[in-house]
Write a protein that binds this ligand. Structure first.
Ligand SMILES: Cc1cc2nc3c(=O)[nH]c(=O)nc-3n(C[C@H](O)[C@H](O)[C@H](O)COP(=O)(O)OP(=O)(O)OC[C@H]3O[C@@H](n4cnc5c(N)ncnc54)[C@H](O)[C@@H]3O)c2cc1C
Length: 370
């Protein structure tokens, strides 16, 4: 999947579609900012992880239903952008929950979406109990790369204008909220991103000045050959926030508890169990779990895999070469992605994909001018 083209048809590709890189001959010395190359080798791999993105072609669900006198507000199905959008869809869900005037509410799920929802409810004076099968660090949100970028959230062919309006509103709210949290406490920082290709980078995708959220990508512009060190003729840059899930989710859970929230580790097996909870208002943030719990046939996993190398603190930029690949540096390691396998529930790492992604990145960083 091309991260640049999420507003055009979302073509979910398999791991096998990672294209072979071809290194360009070195050009003249460049005049842009000095960037430390990533040291890619099999000896530097510390782990490979997988996760299942909760994807719905028509996009995430934020809607309310009444069942047996209880109010259920749904907030799930964020695909590859759940960290990014969490505060935004939490805001939409909270707007639907508050008119009930309930002083106590339940939130199902303790991933990025559940925690942001729970915190926003608390900020409105609601007493919140979280019920979750797994807590951080055992959620899908902990697997995420953590780039602030609403990528792979829906398929253009299936998304309605009403959804797209919700999407843009959620992205804007989340973008503002995360900016207030930048710093070591929440593990959030700004970094430059470099999209690279052998072909001219076309317009019409997210990383495009005409995108409805282009203003959420500061420093968006194409670079001339002498402005970047990468072995590609076409490079487009933008800046974005990066959220390190291990730090961020732990801090969120801590804040939730400090604000008086309760956490119960408990799996909900069916709607009956949900309706039997003591709270009259329940916000469903169960991610992929909503498929079985609320019979959502559209919800499907998109398996993703990340290989993590030893940390390199001097690397402070992200790269997105050739549509499918990406490198995100974090304090806990250098992440190399990525795969997008729709309908695949298998959490075992794919060693063939790992070898291909590591080799492609090794070639790219060997070809970088220093
Ligand atoms: C490899 C990879 C890279 C990614 N990179 C990014 C990125 O860079 N940026 C980005 O924004 N997003 C990224 N994502 C997507 C992101 O991880 C998801 O969109 C996000 O984690 C969804 O959050 P969530 O809170 O809805 O779900 P989860 O994190 O899965 O949390 C769901 C919660 O609900 C609980 N639950 C589920 N079922 C039940 C049940 N029956 N009873 C009780 N509790 C239940 C779970 O235990 C858990 O606590 C990536 C995903 C992957 C796999």
């Amino acid at each position: 999947m091309d991260r640049r083209h999420f507003l055009s048809t979302l073509a979910l590709t398999s791991a096998c579609s990672v294209r072979r890189t071809k290194i360009q001959p070195p050009a003249a010395p460049y005049s842009g900012r000095r960037l430390a190359p990533v040291n890619v080798s099999n000896e530097r791999i510390i782990r490979t992880v997988t996760g299942l993105r909760p994807f719905r072609p028509s996009g995430f669900v934020v809607r309310t239903e009444s069942v047996e006198g209880k109010t259920i507000v749904h907030n799930y199905g964020h695909g590859g952008g759940g960290i990014t959008l969490s505060w935004g869809t939490a805001h939409l869900a909270v707007e639907q929950a508050l008119p009930t005037n309930a002083r106590r509410m339940a939130v199902l799920g303790a991933g990025a979406v559940g925690l942001a929802t729970a915190r926003l409810l608390q900020e409105h004076g609601v007493e919140v109990a979280i019920y979750a099968k797994d807590l951080p660090p055992a959620t899908t949100s902990n697997i995420a790369g953590g780039q602030w970028f609403p990528f792979g959230v829906f398929s253009q062919a299936s998304a309605s204008p009403a959804f797209l309006a919700q999407f843009v509103e959620a992205a804007r709210f989340a973008y503002r909220r995360y900016q207030l949290m930048v710093g070591d406490y929440y593990g959030i920082r700004w970094m430059p991103n470099y999209v690279m290709d052998r072909e001219p980078i076309g317009d019409g995708g997210l990383v495009d000045r005409r995108s409805p959220i282009a203003d959420l990508l500061p420093e968006l512009r194409d670079l001339a050959r002498e402005e970047h060190p990468f072995p590609f003729p076409y490079v487009r840059q933008f800046d974005s926030m990066f959220i390190q899930p291990s730090i961020y989710l732990e801090a969120m859970l801590r804040e939730f508890r400090i604000a008086g929230g309760t956490v119960l580790v408990r799996e909900m097996h069916d709607l009956r169990e949900v309706l039997d909870l003591p709270q009259a208002v329940i916000v469903n943030c169960t991610g992929l779990g909503a498929k079985a719990l609320f019979n959502d046939a559209e919800l499907t996993p998109v398996k993703g895999q990340l290989t993590i190398l030893l940390p390199q603190p001097e690397v402070e930029y992200a790269t997105l070469p050739l549509g499918d690949l990406y490198m995100f540096p974090r304090r806990d390691g250098i992440l190399l992605g990525g795969t997008h396998e729709r309908g695949n529930w298998d959490l075992e790492p794919n060693r063939e994909a790992e070898a291909r992604i590591v080799a492609a990145h090794a070639e790219i960083f060997r070809g970088m001018r220093v």
